[in-house]
Write a protein that binds this ligand. Structure first.
Ligand code: ZN
Length: 245
């Protein structure tokens, strides 16, 4: 299955196991409860702790692949949940995010953006729905299914915002606002004398367009000073005045 093209570093650990043919249909976000991504990566690689995740995301927004997506990482397993956490790991892409601070276990903006980009990428490549049913934080495993174990993980990672950001990134760019079309509009040349509309002259190219002297033109904008100005009117506006000419 390989790994995301967003991966900055490929640092595979052998701490992984088979997905046992489970279909990947989830992403589980974790935080490290710590600010040392390098130390966590080394622990995963060396086996000094029996843990791993498919990806690590650093405070700088780097994405490290630690376990190929085709394999199950050891992230949510628990000895006392009847294998439910392990079963979730088998169907999930798991991501450990470095904390920016130990106070409130915050996530850096760069890490958040990288995580959202990875969610969008996993959705596009693997078809995991961009939905909070399928993309969850670690603690929701316990809250929803009594899987894994009670935990504050993923700390300050806002899963709602991450999934929403990922979904937004896949929307087509909004089209630039179109210029109002002159379709159905007519031009009238107005001569203004000293702040009130005193006379109206025919349009030079459509001489049938003129309106009588002294007409009030509501909503067409004020004319400052003396001079001439073209104004655009709708057919309806023109027809309302034209019969009186
Ligand atoms: Zn966790």
């Amino acid at each position: 299955m390989g790994y995301s093209p967003l991966t900055n570093r490929y640092r595979p650990t052998s701490q992984s196991s088979s997905r046992l043919n489970a279909r990947v249909d989830m992403v589980v976000g974790h935080h490290m409860a710590g600010t040392d991504a390098e130390g966590v990566a080394r622990a995963m690689i060396s086996g000094s702790r029996q843990v791993s995740s498919n990806y690590i995301i650093t405070n700088e927004g780097e994405i490290w692949c630690m376990v190929d997506e085709g394999l199950r990482a050891w992230t949510s397993g628990s000895g006392s949940d009847g294998g439910k956490g392990a079963a979730i790991d088998r169907r999930a892409i798991t991501v450990e995010i470095e904390n920016q601070s130990t106070v409130g276990w915050t996530i850096s903006p760069a890490a958040f953006n990288a995580f959202a980009a990875l969610l969008a990428d996993v959705h596009k490549r693997l078809g995991v729905p961009l939905s909070r049913a399928n993309m969850i934080g670690h603690r929701e495993e316990w809250e929803r299914w009594r899987a894994s174990y009670p935990t504050a993980c993923p700390g300050g990672l806002n899963m709602d915002a991450a999934v929403a950001t990922a979904a937004k990134s896949l929307q087509p760019a909004p089209e630039p606002p179109k210029k109002p079309k002159p379709k159905g509009k007519k031009m009238i040349l107005i001569r203004n004398e000293g702040g009130s509309i005193a006379a109206l002259l025919p349009h030079p190219t459509t001489p049938e367009l003129f309106v009588r002297q002294g007409l009030t033109l509501d909503g067409w904008g004020a004319l400052a000073g003396a001079g001439y100005v073209y104004v655009q009117v709708s057919n309806a506006q023109f027809n309302a005045y034209a019969p009186a000419l």
